[in-house]
Design a protein around this ligand. Structure first.
Ligand code: NAP
Length: 293
């Protein structure tokens, strides 16, 4: 069996088209959603993520500004900048691009973003809402993107066994909460795996829905997948590839060639979860503008 591909690019394009219509409706009311992206330092991956996000905003009519700060920015200066953005009515949402340079306290920075302007849904108040199952709050973009991918490809998690590999605050942990939530499009029975899991393969093989966010190529291979399972690969890893001009290529955490022969549905890297993460950032921004006082 060869798995059907869940096309993240196409699904994200459909989400963006819906959002563009909402942005047009807001424009008629005199509201232009605005996103401020804060980037500290010049990490090339972060730079390319931020510019992709700004481009996606421009495409649907969202006002986007990137605040670039030098790598040696102090905690105090960064918090002052966030405070200024909190008070700036042009911005309905603020995104702090992560990771931050090591001398900066990531948690304190995320805590400083006004919860109603929290583009990434990582403020403790919003994570608390997620845990309570409050609908409508800004959920972290990647987990929310995975839920949309499932919903829009007709995979209903209800009653299924979902296995999430990885327990980061950015991806695995909130995703496990969303999948297991008592809500339409969720209601799965969830197993959350990590490096302390004994026998990852045994857990993975029991998954109807297997989501892998470990940050390690080939964390999941064909022998670890139940025939017909839905496999969502969140991982983005740069590996050497001398056949490419640039000398590298991106792969996920799943051995695509092998697993796509066993799974029922699968996402690709690139072109799977990544475009959905950006689409959900736009969704959180538009939502914040719609709800703004
Ligand atoms: P992270 O903070 O490094 O967390 C990785 C998680 O995976 C940890 O919980 C770790 O366990 C677990 N893990 C690592 N190796 C494992 C193994 N061999 N077996 C079981 N569990 C293992 O990473 P992250 O921020 O969640 O990101 C994960 C991946 O997704 C990365 O490749 C990242 O680039 C990618 N990502 C993609 C998007 C997108 O939009 N496509 C967005 C965000 C992240 P411990 O907790 O025990 O250490």
């Amino acid at each position: 069996m060869t798995a059907a591909v869940i096309d993240g690019r196409a699904i994200a394009a459909a989400v963006r088209a819906e959002l563009a219509r909402e942005v047009a409706a807001l424009a008629a009311l005199g509201v232009r959603p605005g996103l401020a992206a804060v980037l500290v330092g010049d990490d090339p991956a972060s730079l390319s993520y931020v510019s992709a996000k700004a481009e996606a905003c421009a495409e649907i009519g969202v006002f986007a500004e990137t605040v670039r700060l030098p790598a040696e920015t102090t905690q105090h200066a960064l918090l002052e900048r966030i405070a200024a953005l909190n008070a700036d009515a042009r911005f309905h949402a603020i995104l702090q691009q992560l990771p931050l340079p090591a001398h900066l306290d990531e948690r304190a920075v995320l805590d400083a973003i006004r919860p109603d302007k929290d583009a990434d849904g990582l403020h403790p108040a919003n994570l608390g809402r997620l845990l309570r199952g409050d609908p409508g709050g800004p959920a972290p973009c990647t987990p929310r993107g995975v839920m949309e991918l499932l919903a829009r490809s007709g995979v209903d998690p209800a009653g299924k066994h979902a296995v999430v590999v990885g327990r980061s605050l950015l991806v695995g942990k909130p995703l496990a909460v969303l999948l297991g939530g008592k809500a339409a499009g969720a209601n799965a029975t969830v197993t959350l795996c990590h490096t302390g899991t004994a026998d990852l393969a045994a857990h993975a093989r029991r998954a109807d829905i297997l989501v892998v966010a470990a940050g390690r190529p080939r964390t999941v291979t064909a022998d670890m997948v139940k025939p017909g399972a839905t496999v969502i690969d969140v991982g983005v890893n740069r590996i050497d590839d001398p056949t490419r001009k640039r000398g590298w290529r991106l792969v996920g955490d799943v051995d695509y060639a092998g697993v796509s022969e066993v799974a029922g549905r699968i996402t690709k890297v690139p072109g799977g979860v990544g475009p959905m993460t950006i689409a959900m950032l736009l969704a959180n921004t538009v939502r914040a503008a719609r709800l703004a006082p």
